[in-house]
Design a protein around this ligand. Structure first.
Ligand code: TRP
Length: 334
C-alpha cells in the first residue's frame, strides 16, 4: 500500500517494434489501471540483454517505449514510468533472490526452454535466471497486483513461491503479489495465422500491425488478413480469422462482439476488413501524433526519466535495506 492505494507493477521489453497486440492487449489497459492503483510501469531493459542486442538500437527503443507509455495516456506524474537499469536495486535484490530459487524451478520454466531452443548459441545464465530478476522487479515495490498475459503466468507463480519462501524464513518481508484479474485486454492474433498470437518478433511483416505503421500500411495489412471460405461474418472459434478481425474492431471501437456481428450482417469480408482498417487507423493515428509531439520535447522526457527513476529508487531501497538486514548483511555506517 502506498497512500492508501494498492501497488501495481508491470514491465515491457523494448525489443522489436511494438504491435497493435501489445497496445490493445496491455498498454491500453495500463492506462485505465492507473486510476485505481499506485502503478510502476518499467521498461525492462535489463531483461532485454538476455538476448544479444545492438546497444544503439536498444537505447533508442527503450526511450521510444517510455515515450509511448506517456503517449498512450499514462500520466507520468501520477505513475512511475522508468528504466529498470536506472534502479540498481533490481540487480541487487535479484542476486539475493537467486539464493532462494532452485535450479529445478528455473529448469521447469517453459519460456526458458523456448528461448534456449531459439537461441541455442547463447544460452546464458541471465536467460536462465530471467524469472528471478522479474521476481525482484515485482517484490521490490511490494506490488499487490501484476497484470500479465498468460505467457508470463508461470513467472508470476514462481515470484509468489519465492516471496512465500522468503517470508516463511524471515517473517513478512514481501507482499505476495497476485495476477491482475479484471477486465483483461483483448488477445490479438496474427493477421496471417490466427492460431498464433500477434507478435513483434514475427518474421512476416503482414502478420502484425505495428504501432507506427502509417494509415495505408494498416489498411493494406487488414485487407490481406487471412480469413476463410465460409463467407459469413460470425463471432465463433470455427472462423478464427474473422473472429480476430472482429476482436480488433471491438477493441478499437469499444463495441461488443454481438453488436459488431449485427452491424456486419450481410456484408462481405472486404467490407469487414475495410471497417477494421478504419477503426485501427482511428486509434493509432492520434497515438502516433501524440508520440511524435512528445518525442520532440526532449527536455520534458528527460525530466520524467530522472524524477521517476529517483522515486522508484527510493521505494526500492526501502525494501532492499530490509531484505539485506534480514539475510545478515552488516549495517551501513553513516
Ligand atoms: N517478462 C515480461 C515479458 O516479457 C516483462 C517483465 C519483466 C515483467 N519484469 C516484469 C512483467 C514484472 C510483469 C512484471 O512480458
Amino acid at each position: 500500500m502506498i497512500n492508501g492505494n494498492k501497488v501495481l507493477f508491470s514491465g515491457m521489453q523494448a525489443t522489436g517494434n511494438l504491435t497493435l497486440g501489445n497496445y490493445l492487449g496491455a498498454l491500453k489497459n495500463w492506462v485505465s489501471l492507473a486510476d485505481e492503483y499506485e502503478c510502476y510501469y518499467s521498461v525492462v531493459d535489463m531483461h532485454s540483454i538476455t538476448v544479444r542486442q545492438d546497444p544503439a538500437v536498444l537505447r533508442k527503443r527503450a526511450r521510444a517505449l517510455l515515450t509511448l507509455y506517456i503517449a498512450a495516456g499514462i500520466d507520468p506524474e501520477k505513475n512511475c514510468l522508468y528504466y529498470q537499469s536506472h534502479v540498481s536495486g533490481h540487480a541487487e535484490l535479484a542476486w539475493i533472490l537467486n539464493c532462494f530459487t532452485y535450479m529445478g524451478e528455473l529448469n521447469r520454466m517453459t519460456q526458458f526452454k523456448d528461448k534456449a531452443a531459439k537461441h541455442a548459441d547463447n544460452i546464458n545464465a541471465g536467460l536462465f535466471t530471467y524469472p528471478v530478476l522479474m521476481a525482484a522487479d515485482i517484490l521490490l515495490y511490494q506490488a499487490d497486483v501484476v497484470p500479465v498475459g498468460i505467457d508470463q503466468m508461470q513467472h508470476l507463480e514462481l515470484t509468489r513461491d519465492i516471496a512465500q519462501r522468503f517470508n516463511a524464513i524471515y517473517g513478512d518481508v514481501f507482499t505476495v503479489p497476485q495476477a491482475y484479474v479484471g477486465k483483461v485486454g483483448a488477445k490479438i492474433m496474427s493477421l496471417q495465422d490466427p492460431a498464433k498470437k500477434m507478435s513483434k518478433s514475427d518474421e512476416n511483416p503482414n502478420a502484425s500491425i505495428y504501432l507506427m505503421d502509417d494509415a495505408d500500411t494498416i489498411r493494406r495489412k487488414c485487407k490481406r488478413a487471412v480469413t476463410d471460405s465460409e463467407g459469413i461474418i460470425l463471432y465463433r472459434d470455427e472462423q478464427p480469422g474473422v473472429k480476430n478481425l472482429l476482436d480488433i474492431y471491438c477493441a478499437c471501437t469499444g463495441k461488443a462482439p454481438e453488436e459488431a456481428v449485427k452491424e456486419f450482417e450481410g456484408c462481405g469480408y472486404g467490407q469487414l476488413k475495410e471497417a477494421v482498417g478504419d477503426a485501427v487507423v482511428g486509434v493509432l493515428e492520434p497515438l502516433q501524433t501524440r508520440f511524435k509531439e512528445l518525442e520532440k520535447d526532449k527536455a520534458y522526457i528527460d525530466t520524467i526519466i530522472k524524477n521517476n527513476a529517483e522515486r522508484a529508487a527510493y521505494t526500492a531501497s526501502k525494501t532492499l535495506r530490509k531484505v539485506q538486514k534480514k539475510v545478515g548483511f552488516p549495517e551501513r555506517v553513516r
